[in-house]
Design a protein around this ligand. Structure first.
Ligand SMILES: Nc1ncnc2c1ncn2[C@@H]1O[C@H](COP(=O)(O)OP(=O)(O)O)[C@@H](O)[C@H]1O
Ligand SMILES: [Mg+2]
Length: 398
C-alpha cells in the first residue's frame, strides 16, 4: 500500500520533470519560431518577453524540485553531474557539480542503465540498494534530457525515490515474524517430543514421566512468557504516541518492583536508596513493567550475593526541562561494548543459551525502550564485561 503510494508520488514528480522537459523543447521551438517569424519585422521585444517567461517558469520549477524529498541528479553523456536538487545535496554533500556520478553511486547497473538511456532515449526503472555507510534503498527512474535544468539532449535525469524506511520496516516485519515463529516453535517441538515419548514407548515408565513433565512445564512457561511479552510490546507500540499524564511517584514504583522480586532479591546484596518522593508524569503499571524488566535482568545476569543498587536523583539534562533520573546498577556479567547499541532490539541476546536458561524472551529491553519513549524519557545504558551494568532512566518532572 505504502509502496504504491510512493510510486504514485514518484510518478507525479516525474511528470513535473517531463512536462518541464517538454516545455524546454517547446520553449526552444517557440523561441526559434519567434525568431523566424520576427526576423523580417525585427521585433526584439517579443523575443525577450517569451524568454523571460521561460526563465520565470524554470525558476519556479527549480523551486518545486528543490522542495521535494526525492533526489534528482542530472548527468551529461560523460556521466558528470550537471544538476542536483536540494535533497541530493543533503544526501551527497555540496560540492558534487561536475563530478562523475560513480563518485557518489558506485553501482555498475546504474552506470550501464545511464548508457542505455543515452543510446535508446527510453525510460528505465531500477532498484538501487546500498549497504555502506548504512542500508539504503532507492527506486530509480532514469530518463533522457533535455530538461529545464540541463538544456542538453544528451543528458540523463536520475530520479531517486528514497524507500529506505519502508523497505526497512517491511524487512523488520518479516524478520520479526520469522523470529517469533522460531521462538515459539522451539519449545513446542520439545513439548510435542516429550508427549510422544510418554504416551508411546514410555507409557508405563513412571521415572521417565517424572523427569519429562517438569521440562514440559518449563517449556510451556517459556511460551507463555513469550506470548505475554509479545502482547505487551504490541499494546505499547499502539499507544506510543500518547504520553501518559498521571502524577506518579518513582519511590512508590520502585518499592512495588522490589516487592515483586523480593523472593529472588534475597539472594543478592540489594539496596534501594530511594527515600524521597519523586513525581513524574506517567503510567504506574507501565513504569512497574520498565523497572521490573531492568531488575529482572540484574538478577538474571549477576551471580548470587552480588550488589544491586537502586537510586533516584536530579537529572542531568538528558530530557527537556527539570528531570529525575533513576539508576539501577549491578555487579553482574556485564555487556560487551560492541553489543550495547543492540540491547533494546527485539530478540537480541548477548548469549541466547544463557538467556533461555534463565527464562528470558529477548523482549524485555525492547519493552523498556518503548515504554520509556512513550513517557518521552531517555534510556542510558553503561556496561563493562565482568564488572556490571548501570541502566539509567531519565524522566521530566511532573
Ligand atoms: N543487567 C544486565 N547484565 C548483563 N546483561 C544484560 C543485562 N541486561 C540485559 N542484558 C543482556 O541484554 C539481553 C537482552 O535483554 P532483554 O531484552 O531483557 O532479554 P532477555 O529476555 O534475554 O533478558 C540479555 O539477553 C542480556 O544478554
Ligand atoms: Mg530480560
Amino acid at each position: 500500500m505504502e509502496l504504491l503510494f510512493y510510486s504514485l508520488a514518484g510518478i507525479i514528480v516525474i511528470v513535473v520533470i517531463a512536462v518541464s522537459r517538454k516545455s524546454i523543447v517547446a520553449g526552444m521551438e517557440a523561441r526559434s519560431d519567434v525568431k523566424r517569424e520576427n526576423k523580417p519585422s525585427n521585433n526584439e521585444e517579443g523575443i525577450e518577453d517569451i524568454t523571460n517567461e521561460n526563465i520565470e517558469k524554470t525558476n519556479e520549477q527549480v523551486k518545486i524540485i528543490n522542495q521535494i524529498d526525492d533526489l534528482i541528479l542530472i548527468v551529461d553523456k560523460f556521466k558528470n553531474i550537471k544538476f542536483f536538487n536540494n535533497s541530493a545535496k543533503k544526501k551527497f554533500g555540496e560540492n558534487n557539480l561536475n563530478k562523475h556520478v560513480a563518485t557518489l553511486l558506485r553501482v555498475p547497473d546504474l552506470l550501464q542503465n545511464i548508457d542505455l538511456v543515452l543510446l535508446k532515449k527510453e525510460t528505465i526503472t531500477m532498484d538501487l540498494e546500498l549497504s555502506s555507510p548504512s542500508f539504503q534503498f532507492f527506486k530509480v527512474h532514469l530518463f533522457s534530457g533535455p530538461t529545464s535544468y540541463v538544456d542538453d539532449p544528451d543528458s540523463v535525469v536520475l530520479f531517486l525515490k528514497d524507500l529506505t524506511d519502508i523497505i526497512k520496516a517491511q524487512r523488520f516485519k518479516s524478520d520479526f515474524v520469522a523470529n517469533v515463529s522460531h521462538e515459539l516453535k522451539t519449545p513446542l517441538v520439545s513439548i510435542k517430543g516429550f508427549l510422544e515419548t510418554i504416551s508411546g514407548h514410555a507409557k508405563d515408565d513412571l521415572e521417565a514421566q517424572k523427569k519429562f513433565i517438569p521440562i514440559m512445564l518449563e517449556q510451556a512457561d517459556r511460551m507463555e512468557s513469550l506470548i505475554k511479552d509479545l502482547l505487551s510490546l504490541s499494546r505499547i507500540e499502539l499507544e506510543e504516541h500518547i504520553q501518559p499524564q498521571d502524577k506518579v511517584n518513582l519511590k512508590e514504583i520502585l518499592s512495588n518492583v522490589e516487592d515483586i522480586h523480593q523472593k529472588n532479591l534475597k539472594s543478592f546484596e540489594f539496596k534501594n536508596n530511594i527515600k524521597d518522593d519523586f513525581f513524574i508524569k506517567g503510567d504506574h503499571e507501565k513504569l512497574i513493567e520498565v523497572f521490573s524488566n531492568i531488575i529482572d535482568n540484574s538478577i538474571k545476569y549477576s551471580e548470587k550475593n552480588k550488589k544491586i543498587e537502586v537510586n533516584c536523583g536530579q537529572g542531568n539534562g538528558k530530557v527537556i526541562g527539570d528531570s529525575y533520573t533513576v539508576s539501577i546498577k549491578d555487579n553482574g556479567i556485564g555487556i560487551p561494548t560492541e553489543q550495547l547499541p543492540r540491547i533494546t532490539e527485539r530478540f537480541f541476546r548477548v548469549d541466547a543459551a544463557k538467556s533461555k536458561k534463565v527464562g528470558g524472551t529477548g523482549l524485555g529491553m525492547a519493552i523498556v525502550k518503548h515504554i520509556v519513549n512513550q513517557h518521552r524519557g531517555e534510556l542510558e545504558i553503561k556496561s563493562e564485561t565482568q564488572r556490571g551494568t548501570e541502566i539509567k532512566v531519565h524522566f521530566s518532572k511532573f
